[in-house]
Design a protein around this ligand. Structure first.
Ligand code: HEM
Length: 417
C-alpha cells in the first residue's frame, strides 16, 4: 500500500538540491508540513526525513544499511572506496572499534598538545606577513598535527600539497565538474602516498609508535584474522588524516563568530561554566558543514504510515535537525549559552551524525574535533592579537561545503604579551 506522505512531484530534484543546498530538505518539510516526503534524485526514488524521531529510525541498524548508499562519486573523493562508512553489521562493528581505540583520553591530550605547538610555531611566520588567510593556514597547521598524531612522516616541503589535497577531497563532496575532478585527483595522490607508508611499516622500514593510527591501520586484522589489503589500510588511515584537516572549516567559522559576536571573546577569556565547550558546540550546530546523510532500507517496514521498500535510498536532514525550532529555541541565532543546561539526546544534535559511536556510524572523530577546536580557540583568544580587514565574509547556503568567501583574512598579527 502506498503512503499518504507528501510527494514532490518534480520529475527529478537533483538540480533543486544543487540550487537549494543545505535547505533542500528543510524547505520541502516546511512546504508540506511534514517530517517526511518522497522525491526523485539522480533518477531514483528517495525518501527524505527530518526531525529527532526520524534520526532515531535512521540509526536503527535493523531497518537501514549503508552498503550501496554512498554514491561512487562521494567514495572517489571524500570517503575512499569500501571504507568503514560503507560497512554494516559485525564487520562494521569490528572496524569501528579500530577507530574508537585511537580516541583515548591520553591520545586526545597528545593531540591537544600538538595542536597548541603548531599554533605557537605559526605566529612568528604570521608576524612577518602583511596578512594571512586563516582557513589556508589552519589547513596546514592541522595537516602537520594530523600526520604527527597519526605517526605519518611529513616533509616540510610537502605540507602545502598534502594539506591542499586533504582539503580538496572535502571540498569535492557536493560537487560536479572541475571541483569533482580535482577531488578525485587529490584522493588518488593521497592514496598512493599512504599506500607507500603502509608498505614501509609492513616491511619494517618505518616504525610508528604502537598507539598511533598508522600502526593501527597497518597491523589491523579483520574479524577473520587477516590484515587489510594495502589499499584498504590506506583508505582507513586517510579517514583519520583528512577529517582532522577538515576541522579548519569549523575554526574558520569560529573566527567569524568571534568577529561578529565580540562579546564571546570576553566570555571565552573568563571561561565561566566551561563557556568554551558551549561555544564549540554552538559553532558545530549553527554553521553548515555536512548537509544530509544517506542509507538504504534493509528490510521493508512502515513508519508514520509511510512504506519503506527494501533498497530505497533515504536521506536524513542533518542541517535541518540542528536548526529545528522544536529542538532549538530561535535556531537561527548564534547563542552558545543554549548549551549551558543542555540535556541533549543522541539524536537531536547531529553535526557529526547521531546515535551510538560503537553500534552505528556516528563520527568516530567527534571528540577529536571538539578537542582541536577548544585548543585552537583558546589559542586564538589568549595568544594572538589581530585585525580583520574589509573582506567578503558572507557564506553561501547553496554551495556544499560552504565557507566565508574570503576564507577569513587577518592582518596586523602580533603575539599577545
Ligand atoms: C563519520 C562529520 C571530523 C572520522 C562522520 C559522519 C559525519 C561526520 C557527518 C557520518 C555519520 C553517519 O554516517 O552517520 C564530521 C565533521 C567533522 C568530522 C563535520 C569535523 C570536521 C572527524 C575526525 C575524524 C573523523 C576529526 C577522525 C579523526 C570519521 C570516521 C567516520 C566519520 C572514521 C565513519 C564512521 C562510521 O562509518 O562508522 N563524520 N567528522 N571525523 N568520521 Fe567524522
Amino acid at each position: 500500500m502506498n503512503s499518504p506522505i507528501p510527494v514532490d512531484e518534480s520529475l527529478d530534484n537533483t538540480i533543486a538540491v544543487l540550487c537549494e543546498g543545505y535547505r533542500f530538505i528543510q524547505n520541502r518539510c516546511q512546504r508540506f508540513q511534514s517530517d517526511i516526503f518522497r522525491t526523485r534524485l539522480l533518477g531514483q526514488k528517495v525518501i527524505c526525513m527530518s526531525g529527532e524521531e526520524a534520526a532515531k529510525v535512521f540509526y536503527d541498524n535493523e531497518r537501514f544499511q549503508r552498503k550501496g548508499a554512498a554514491p561512487k562519486r562521494v567514495q572517489k573523493t571524500l570517503f575512499g572506496e569500501n571504507g568503514v562508512q560503507t560497512m554494516d553489521g559485525a564487520a562494521h562493528k569490528h572496524r569501528k572499534l579500530l577507530f574508537m581505540s585511537l580516541m583515548t583520553p591520553e591520545r586526545l591530550k597528545v593531540l591537544s598538545d600538538l595542536t597548541r605547538e603548531q599554533w605557537q610555531a605559526s605566529i612568528g611566520r604570521w608576524e612577518r606577513k602583511e596578512k594571512i588567510v586563516l582557513f589556508d593556514e589552519v589547513q596546514e597547521i592541522l595537516c602537520r598535527v594530523a600526520c604527527q598524531w597519526a605517526g605519518v612522516p611529513l616533509l616540510e616541503s610537502e605540507v602545502k600539497q598534502r594539506a591542499n589535497d586533504f582539503g580538496t577531497m572535502v571540498d569535492a563532496f557536493g560537487a560536479i565538474g572541475p571541483r569533482y575532478w580535482s577531488g578525485k585527483s587529490a584522493r588518488q595522490r593521497a592514496e598512493k602516498w599512504i599506500r607507500e607508508i603502509i608498505d614501509q611499516i609492513r616491511s619494517f622500514k618505518l616504525h610508528p609508535p604502537e598507539d598511533t593510527a598508522a600502526y593501527a591501520m597497518a597491523w589491523h586484522q579483520n574479524q577473520y584474522g587477516k590484515l587489510l589489503d594495502t589499499q584498504m589500510a590506506a583508505v582507513e588511515l586517510i579517514n583519520i588524516l583528512r577529517p582532522i584537516v577538515a576541522i579548519a572549516t569549523y575554526i574558520t567559522f569560529g573566527a567569524l563568530a568571534l568577529h561578529e559576536h565580540p562579546e564571546c571573546r570576553e566570555k571565552l577569556l573568563a571561561n565561566k561554566d566551561n563557556y568554551i565547550q558551549m561555544f564549540v558546540q554552538e559553532i558545530r550546530r549553527f554553521y553548515p558543514f555536512g548537509p544530509f546523510l544517506g542509507a538504504r532500507v534493509r528490510h521493508d517496514f512502515t513508519w508514520k504510515q509511510c512504506h519503506f521498500k527494501k533498497g530505497t535510498l533515504v536521506l536524513l536532514d542533518m542541517y535541518g535537525i540542528n536548526h529545528d525550532p522544536r529542538l532549538w529555541e530561535k535556531p537561527n541565532e548564534f547563542r552558545p549559552e543554549r548549551f549551558s543546561n543542555w540535556e541533549g539526546s543522541l539524536f537531536d544534535f547531529v553535526p557529526q551524525g547521531g546515535g551510538d559511536y560503537y553500534k552505528g556510524h556516528r563520527c568516530a572523530g567527534e571528540w577529536v574535533t571538539v578537542e582541536v577546536m577548544k585548543t585552537s580557540f583558546d589559542f586564538l583568544i589568549k595568544h594572538i592579537e589581530y585585525e580583520v580587514p574589509d573582506q567578503d565574509l558572507r557564506f553561501s547556503m547553496v554551495r556544499m561545503p560552504t565557507l566565508p568567501k574570503s576564507r577569513f583574512v587577518m592582518d596586523k598579527i602580533r603575539r599577545r604579551s
